[in-house]
Design a protein around this ligand. Structure first.
Ligand code: NI
Length: 132
């Protein structure tokens, strides 16, 4: 690790301290490391060829016509990306799935789009994390 000295406005420092307090970070450095990690994630997300690991989570209605079969078909079509899937029966109608993916950002995004655009899939979210 490196120690750096930065010059920022008082209002920016107040904002950083308020953020660190609110989230419960033990120090400004810890808060800054996470802020920078978020920036790295955004940068990786912009490079379609970058290697990543990702989680794709979504709610869906398992009674929706043909949806479970279509989701399984998409998972098999992208089997080289999907490392593991967690399925939770949330309520009488709803299921939550969390799929862990590994591949290029472009491949992972394509699978996420194929799943999240299915009729009956709700509140989907892809979280991409860069790999060195
Ligand atoms: Ni279920």
């Amino acid at each position: 690790m490196q120690r750096v000295t930065m010059t920022i406005d008082d209002s920016q420092l107040d904002a950083l301290d308020a953020y660190a307090d609110r989230r419960g970070y033990p120090s400004r450095s810890e808060a800054m490391r996470d802020i920078l990690a978020g920036m790295q994630m955004a940068e990786t997300d912009a490079d379609p060829d970058a290697a990543c690991i990702a989680t794709l989570s979504y709610l869906f209605d398992h009674e929706a016509r043909d949806l479970s079969r279509r989701l399984t078909a998409e998972a098999h079509r992208h089997h080289h990306l999907a490392l593991s899937t967690l399925h939770v029966h949330v309520s009488h109608d709803d299921c939550l799935e969390v799929v862990v993916l590994r591949g290029s950002v472009a491949e992972v995004r394509a699978m996420a789009d194929a799943i999240l655009t299915q009729k009956g899939v709700r509140m989907g979210r892809l979280h991409v994390m860069p790999l060195p």
